[in-house]
Design a protein around this ligand. Structure first.
Ligand SMILES: [Zn+2]
Ligand SMILES: [Zn+2]
Length: 350
């Protein structure tokens, strides 16, 4: 089969490799559509999350073509998404049923330790329907099905922060995840959503997703003042900042963590969603003096993502800006980096 193999930073090569063989507990899927995730981009740019020879891709929709005899609850021809992952079963987190935090998770995760979906076929090891393999409802398109995983991340980010109807939320970065967080916040709904985004087209999408105000940090010389003009001034011990109840940092840029700590009110929440490529310096006293709850977000509620898509609570089709053949995977990655209009870039095996 053809596969897009990560050969090193800035380099993806199309190779002919053996089609995966399944064991009794595995499922083989024929890939219909696969999206490029922000973390794939980190790998492509800096080699951060995968070694050369890795096949990336964990945001996919694929058709079941072979089912191991021990797997139940799914049929040939159905479409599915999911992931391989075997937990060690022995570490602190496995013993406490927090499998997502098992330090061995990514060693066997689809698109990280194991071959991902940027290929004609992808194998899910130890497939358990509802646990790591999820049937995509027939009403969803292939592209929508491939969005269940990033949408699940947005849902998890919002669930983790427990917003209420009185909350003013700021979403920093309105790329794919930021846009989905805005859409999910709209379903709560929170009182007001402010987005901060540098790209004009992403700002437009943020507005149609439900952002009440969109601020472009590059077009304002005092970003905090721009936020304060919307949220009001948040006085705090030894200073003043914004009055946002929750800030979601999906950008993970050098300055955005400190921005978040400035925008949030005392006693508010900052959720870190976007992965930075480098460590940044943080004004820790702000966290203390404002008694801020800072949380990392690592996880995806895929079944809930499928459910939201099925009942049209969230829309994703219009976010696909570029479609490439799998053969042009390298060009697809470069497009996502270089093209300011690019939002969701999808790959399709021929
Ligand atoms: Zn992802
Ligand atoms: Zn473990």
């Amino acid at each position: 089969m053809k596969a897009a193999v990560f050969a090193g930073p800035g380099n993806i090569q199309i190779k002919d490799i053996a089609q995966p063989q399944i064991g009794p507990q595995d499922v083989l899927l024929k890939v219909k559509a696969v999206g490029i995730c922000g973390s794939d981009l980190h790998t492509y740019r800096s080699g951060l999350y995968a070694f050369p020879s890795q096949i990336m891709g964990h945001e996919f929709c694929a058709e079941v073509v072979e089912i191991g005899p021990a797997v139940t609850g799914i049929g040939l021809g159905q479409r599915a998404t999911g992931f391989s992952a075997s937990f060690c079963g022995e570490c602190y987190w496995c013993r406490h049923r927090q499998f997502r935090l098992c330090p061995h998770l990514f060693e066997t995760y689809t698109g990280y330790g194991r071959a991902g979906a940027m290929a004609e076929y992808v194998k899910i090891d130890n497939a358990v329907v509802g646990e790591n393999l999820f049937v995509i409802p027939p009403t969803l398109s292939d592209e929508e099905g491939a969005t269940a995983e990033p949408l699940g991340t947005a849902l998890y980010a919002v669930a983790r922060t427990k917003p209420s109807g009185d909350d003013v939320a700021i979403v920093i970065g309105a790329g794919m995840i930021g846009n989905l967080i805005i859409q999910v916040l709209k379903t709560i709904p929170v009182k007001q959503i402010i987005a901060s985004e540098v790209s004009a087209s992403r700002s437009e999408w943020a507005r149609s997703a439900g952002a009440d105000v969109v601020i472009n940090p590059r077009e304002t010389d005092d970003l905090l003042a721009a936020v304060q003009s919307v949220t009001g001034i948040g006085l705090h011990h030894f200073g003043k900042g914004g009055m946002a109840d929750i800030v979601y940092d999906t950008a993970g840029a050098r300055e955005t963590f400190n921005d978040s700590l400035g925008f949030v009110r005392s006693g508010g929440t900052v959720a870190l969603v976007g992965l930075p490529e480098r460590p940044s310096e943080v004004n820790v006293s702000r966290i203390i003096l404002k008694d801020i709850r800072v949380m990392g977000v690592l996880g995806s509620m895929i079944p809930r993502g499928l459910e939201y898509l099925e009942r049209h609570a969230v829309h994703t089709s219009h976010l696909v800006t570029h479609r490439f053949s799998l053969r042009d995977a390298d060009r697809a990655f470069k497009t996502l980096i270089e093209e300011p209009q690019a939002m969701r870039v999808m790959l399709f095996p021929d």
